[in-house]
Design a protein. Structure first.
Length: 347
């Protein structure tokens, strides 16, 4: 059995209400909030970046699973906001976690699904017994141009998952991917902020890829929607995951536990993995989870995950749940967002 043996998450404490952003931009706050179905988002401080968030999530994963860092044989870090254009984030993480020197490391980028691509790579290394444990991290301090619609949703968070064969808390039963060359979201080299295709990011991009990946996996394993306790989909806003779940035949009750976008926004590579963590925080043994990420450009990775009896022991050790971090917050204003989160001048 190959699967998740531990995980850890980190959500920065700072929050800004979407209505406050709308007011600062002289927009109708009620209309914006209702349209995006997001109340507030998490933002990083000036001394935080994708690397520091990844380190914190990784430390929590190691601690929660009581895993010797020297047994980590591979680290992947998926992000749209790696601190360096040329210098891996994964080696920074490995150094800070005390992993030693005998490990494979790779920085990945595939928009918001870069981290789940890492999970697929590491599953193969673990399943083939090339390594004992692999650490896959999704971490982002998401960026948006001032006044762009992304400014309401782009958030900060990280999620780290350790894959292995011993004391598995959630088996990764199967997975598939659906990929195409769809330019819905991009940022050219040297540009400070990403560009996007507006409504084009919906039907031909998010919905097309998530639906096709999901249907392919369901057909492959011969499962129907009612066979799953929970379902988690990438959450670029509050509308898309609800709509895609409905189109695929999942009930709102199945996605509710992992629906965290309304409280933290969209932390890009950390989005779907934060939702998965929220589900694993409360899951029971033998619960089955349907999980599908999405990355612009474009592709979707769909997984079937089944919890084991060891999830109970893990939950007792995990004090930093998604819910506890959502509740631990300090509200800031738009001035803080622009000066600190964007320009790094708040300290």
């Amino acid at each position: 059995m190959t699967g998740i043996v531990s995980y850890g998450t980190y959500i920065p404490k700072y929050r800004i209400k979407i209505s406050d952003i709308a007011k600062a931009l002289k927009r109708d706050s009620a209309e914006v909030t209702a349209g995006l179905q997001i109340e507030e988002k998490a933002i990083a401080s000036s001394d935080e970046d994708a690397a520091t968030l990844a380190v914190e999530a990784g430390l929590r994963a190691l601690t929660n699973g009581e895993i010797d860092p020297l047994k980590i044989g591979a680290i992947t870090v998926g992000s749209e906001s790696h601190p360096y254009a040329v210098k891996p984030t994964s080696t920074i993480v490995g150094e800070m976690l005390g992993v030693g020197n005998h490990y494979f490391a790779a920085d990945l980028q595939f928009a918001c699904k870069a981290a789940t691509a890492g999970m697929q790579f590491l599953w193969g290394l673990v399943a083939s017994r090339k390594i004992d444990y692999g650490l896959a991290i999704g971490s982002d301090v998401a960026q948006a141009k001032q006044g762009d619609i992304l400014e309401y949703t782009a958030a900060s968070a990280a999620a780290a998952y350790i894959l292995g064969k011993k004391r598995v808390i959630a088996e990764i039963v199967d997975f598939v991917s659906f990929t195409s060359n769809t330019p819905d979201f991009w940022r050219r080299d040297g540009q400070a902020f990403p560009s996007h295709g507006g409504r084009f990011t919906g039907e031909p991009a998010y919905f097309n890829h998530v639906i096709n990946a999901s249907k392919t996996l369901l057909a492959k394993v011969k499962k129907k929607q009612s066979d799953f306790t929970y379902a988690v989909f990438h959450m670029p806003n509050g509308k898309f995951p609800k709509e895609v779940a409905k189109r695929l035949g999942f009930d709102y009750e199945q996605i509710q536990a992992g629906f965290v976008v309304d409280k933290i926004g969209n932390p890009y590579s950390g989005s779907s993995l934060a939702g998965l963590a929220a589900v694993l925080d409360i899951a029971h043994p033998n619960d089955t989870i349907f999980f599908c990420s999405y990355g612009s450009g474009a592709g979707a990775d769909a997984f079937i995950i089944k919890t084991t009896k060891d999830i109970i022991t893990f939950q007792k050790q995990n004090t930093k749940t998604i819910l506890s971090q959502i509740e631990q917050k300090v509200y800031v204003d738009y001035n803080f967002l622009t000066k600190c989160a964007m320009n790094k001048q708040c300290l």
